[in-house]
Write a new protein. Structure first.
Length: 262
């Protein structure tokens, strides 16, 4: 049982286009336990999880966040199968969107509060960055954390002159202390807030710091991280995040949290 009156940090896993799930989770927590979000000393994120934290902590409204994600999905789906470089530069689309929507003082809003997971190219080590001197540095870190080699290109981006790639390759669900962090993931597994499947199959596989249940549902979700489904499916994933967060609150003494919908 979690004492939801104390201060908890939050960690959001990398998940590609399934970032809609994270929107549903934070929307539920903001409605039901706003103090938990407001008082959270640290937010952790990798790839899509880091992107979500950055937009959320920047104060971008949930409706606008969803529209940004929808526009990105529609643009990607319009390319059909030609979503790989050089025919389509998805990372450039994300970068342009960040420049357009993040506030100019985002580095002040995020420094010391958002920890972004990166994988250093030179030695393959994981690095958490949380100190930013400008909006450009925030965007550089987010792009590095999201960069999947080959899928996004062949030359890794850099943060402060050092090249990094997707933080999920070494730490997809980052945190500093498991005892003070609530973990969030759209995959069926062992995270604090995640989908649950009723099955006698308890076989799990660990992907860096994320424990995944071996099931057909996860296989389909993993495919959708890079190849986005129809918006109606992603809308259902967003609602799933809301309901999973509501269940987490109910299980930890917040009765009635699941009666409202996102």
């Amino acid at each position: 049982m979690y004492d939801l009156e104390r201060d908890w940090s939050l960690s959001f896993s990398g998940c590609g286009f399934l970032g809609f799930y994270h929107v549903g989770v934070t929307h539920c927590l903001s409605e039901r336990v706003p103090h938990l979000i407001r008082n959270a000393p640290k937010f952790f994120g990798s790839s899509a999880g880091a992107l979500h934290c950055a937009t959320f902590l920047s104060g971008i409204p949930v409706d606008q966040t969803l529209q940004i994600l929808k526009d990105l999905v529609l643009h990607t789906r319009s390319r059909n199968i030609s979503i790989l470089p050089p025919s389509f530069n998805l990372i450039k689309c994300i970068q342009d969107s960040l420049h357009r929507h993040l506030p100019d003082n985002v580095h002040r809003l995020l420094s010391g509060r958002l920890f972004i997971s990166l994988t250093r190219v030179s030695d393959g080590e994981n690095v958490l960055v949380s100190d930013f001197q400008s909006k450009d540095e925030v965007i550089d870190a987010l792009i590095c954390s999201s960069f999947i080699p080959f899928f996004f290109g062949f030359i890794p981006p850099s943060f402060r002159g050092v090249r990094y790639v997707d933080g999920g390759m070494t730490d997809i669900l980052p945190f500093l202390d498991t005892k003070t962090t609530i973990t969030v993931s759209p995959f069926y597994g062992e995270s604090d807030i995640c989908p649950k499947v009723k099955s006698t199959n308890f076989l799990h596989v660990d992907f860096t710091t994320l424990s995944l249940r071996c099931c057909s549902e996860n296989a389909y979700l993993l495919y959708q991280t890079l190849f986005p489904p129809d918006l109606s499916v992603l809308g259902a994933i967003c609602l799933q995040g809301y309901l999973d967060a509501a269940r987490f609150l109910e299980e930890n003494g917040r009765c009635g949290a699941g009666r409202r919908r996102a």
